[in-house]
Write a protein that binds this ligand. Structure first.
Ligand SMILES: Nc1ncnc2c1ncn2[C@@H]1O[C@H](COP(=O)(O)OP(=O)(O)OP(=O)(O)O)[C@@H](O)[C@H]1O
Length: 446
C-alpha cells in the first residue's frame, strides 16, 4: 500500500498536508480501496473504507457510524454509493462529525501526482463542500485552501463515454419510487411513498404541490441525490445505478450559488461545465466547445453578459445561466427546481418559454414552480403531490393540465395547491390518492 500525498493547490509550495483537519486518507492503491480515518487526537472513532466491487462503489463503516445520504449506518454496514452520495462521518453516537463530502463519478482510487498546472479550473467556488471526486480528480477544501489529487482513470470503462451514441428519441423515462425515508434507525421519516410516473420526450411536466409535499425530494430521488427506494429507467438505462447514465439526467438547484462560480465570468463557467460534464467531443475539442458556448449564450440571450462576472448578473440572468449550465452538457432529461424563483413577471415568461423550446428539441423537462398559472399553457402534463394523513407525499394526479382542473374542480392550478395543502386537507389528499390509484389500475391515468 502506498501512502498518498495530498498537496495544497493554492500556496504553490505543494506542501503536504493532511486531508481535512483530523481526517486522512490512508493506504490507497491496489484493489481500488481507500481508508478514511480520523487522527488519533480526535474524539470520534469513525473509520470507513471505500471498495470498488463489480463496477460499483461501496463505503463500509469499520467503526463509529457513518451517514450516507441522510441514513446512518453503524459499524460493519456496507453502503452502495451512487454518483453523488453525500457522506458524513459521525461519532459513535451518530452525531455528524464532518460536514459535506460529495463523491461524483468515481472511477478508480489509484493515486498519482500531477503537475499543478494540469488542474483544469478554479475550484474555490466549491463552497460548503469539503471533498469532491470530480471525474478522476479528488478535490478537497480545507478552509480557504483547495487541495486535489488526480485519481488514475480506471482501465477504459466503455460504459462511461457511450452516451453520445445513444438515440433516445423514442424512449420514455419510467420512475417508480417505493419510498424516500430519512433519519436514523430510531427516528425515521418517510417523505414520499408510492409514486409511479412515465415521462416522454418533448413533454414539459409541472410538479405541483403544497409547501413540504415532497416536490424537491422527488427530483432528488430520481437524480440520486437522496438515498431512496427508487428506480428510474430511460431507454433501458438504469439511471440510478448504471455508468451509462452519466450526463443523461441533470437537476438544476434552486440556488445559483450552488451552481457556478460567482467571481468568474459567464463564459468561463459555461466553458468549464461543457468541458467537465459535457460529452467527450466537447471535452476534447476546444474549438467545438467554444462554438457550443457561443450558441448556448445566444439561445439563452446571455451574449451581452458573456464577459461579466456572474455576481453582477440580474436575478433573471442568473436563472438563465443556471439553465445554460445544464443545457450545455447535453442532457436528455432536465429537472429544474424553481427556475423562476425571485424573477419578475416578464422574465419568468422568457425563462419558461426557453425551457419549452428546449423541451421541443426532444428533451424531457420537469419543473417546479410556485406560480404556474400564467405559464400553464406551456406544460403538457402536471403531477400533483399532496401530503397524506400518514404525513408523507403521495401522488394525487398525473395527466393533462386541463383534466387536472376538472378532477380537482378548480379554476386555477394555484387553487389545486390550496385545496390539497395543510394538515386539514390530508383526508382529501387520501381520497385523491385512492381515486388516482384506481384510475391507474383501470388504465385511465397518465
Ligand atoms: N433530510 C431530511 N430530513 C428530514 N426531513 C426532510 C429531509 N429532507 C426533506 N425533509 C422534509 O420532507 C418534506 C418535503 O420536503 P421538500 O423540500 O421535498 O418539499 P417541497 O414540496 O419541495 O417544499 P417547498 O415547496 O416548500 O420547497 C419537508 O417536510 C421537509 O422538511
Amino acid at each position: 500500500m502506498q501512502n498518498p500525498t495530498i498537496y495544497t493547490y493554492l500556496n504553490q509550495d505543494f506542501t503536504a498536508i493532511p486531508l481535512f483537519d483530523g481526517l486522512s486518507v490512508d493506504g490507497v492503491s491496489q484493489g481500488s480501496q481507500a481508508d478514511l480515518h480520523l487522527a488519533d487526537d480526535f474524539q470520534s472513532p469513525s473509520e470507513a473504507v471505500f471498495y470498488f466491487l463489480n463496477g460499483q462503489w461501496f463505503l463500509e463503516c469499520l467503526s463509529g457510524m457513518i451517514e450516507v445520504d441522510g441514513v446512518t449506518y453503524p459499524k460493519n454496514q456496507r453502503v452502495l454509493l451512487n454518483h453523488r452520495s453525500i457522506i458524513h462521518l459521525c461519532d459513535a453516537d451518530g452525531h455528524v462529525f464532518r460536514s459535506k463530502f460529495i463523491i461524483v463519478e468515481m472511477q478508480s482510487l489509484e493515486w498519482k501526482t500531477i503537475a499543478k498546472d494540469a488542474f483544469p479550473m478554479d475550484l474555490s467556488s466549491l463552497a460548503r463542500i469539503d471533498c469532491a471526486v470530480l471525474s478522476n480528480q479528488l478535490v478537497v477544501r480545507l478552509g480557504d485552501q483547495i487541495i486535489y489529487q488526480d485519481l488514475q482513470a480506471a482501465a477504459a470503462d466503455s460504459s462511461v463515454s457511450t452516451r453520445e451514441h445513444n438515440d433516445f428519441s423514442h424512449s420514455s423515462l419510467t420512475i417508480a419510487i417505493q419510498d424516500v425515508t430519512v433519519g436514523n434507525l430510531l427516528n425515521r421519516k418517510t417523505i414520499l411513498k408510492d409514486i409511479q410516473v412515465e415521462f416522454k420526450p418533448k413533454e414539459m411536466i409541472l410538479i405541483l404541490g403544497g409547501s413540504g409535499a415532497g416536490k424537491s425530494t422527488f427530483m432528488e430521488a430520481v437524480t440520486g441525490l437522496v438515498h431512496s427506494n427508487t428506480s428510474a429507467y430511460f431507454n433501458g438505462v438504469d439511471l440510478l445505478n448504471d455508468g451509462k447514465k452519466q450526463g443523461v439526467i441533470t437537476l438544476a438547484p434552486q440556488s445559483p450559488d450552488e451552481h457556478y462560480r460567482m467571481e468568474d465570468t459567464v463564459y468561463m463557467n459555461l466553458e468549464d461545465a461543457a468541458k467537465l460534464y459535457g460529452p467527450s467531443e466537447l471535452a476534447d475539442n476546444p474549438e467545438l466547445r467554444k462554438e457550443e458556448v457561443l450558441s448556448v449564450l445566444r439561445k439563452l440571450d446571455l451574449e451581452s453578459v458573456k464577459g461579466s462576472k456572474c455576481s453582477s448578473l440580474s436575478g433573471g440572468q442568473k436563472k438563465k445561466l443556471t439553465i445554460a449550465m445544464e443545457y450545455i452538457t447535453r442532457p436528455e432529461i432536465l429537472f429544474m427546481d424553481e427556475p423562476d424563483s425571485g424573477v419578475d413577471g416578464s422574465m419568468v415568461m422568457e425563462v419558461m418559454t426557453t425551457l419549452r423550446e428546449i423541451t421541443d428539441e426532444g428533451k424531457i423537462l420537469c419543473v417546479i414552480t410556485h406560480t404556474p398559472d400564467r405559464i400553464r399553457h406551456l406544460f403538457d402534463k402536471v403531477m400533483v403531490v399532496g401530503k397524506s394523513s400518514e404525513g408523507c407525499g403521495r401522488l394525487c394526479y398525473f395527466g393533462s393540465v386541463d383534466n387536472a382542473l376538472t378532477v380537482f374542480a378548480a379554476q386555477s392550478l394555484e387553487e389545486i395547491v390550496h385545496k390539497i395543502s395543510g394538515a386539514e386537507n390530508a383526508a382529501l389528499v387520501d381520497q385523491y390518492v385512492q381515486w388516482f390509484d384506481n384510475e391507474r389500475r383501470g388504465g385511465h391515468a397518465g
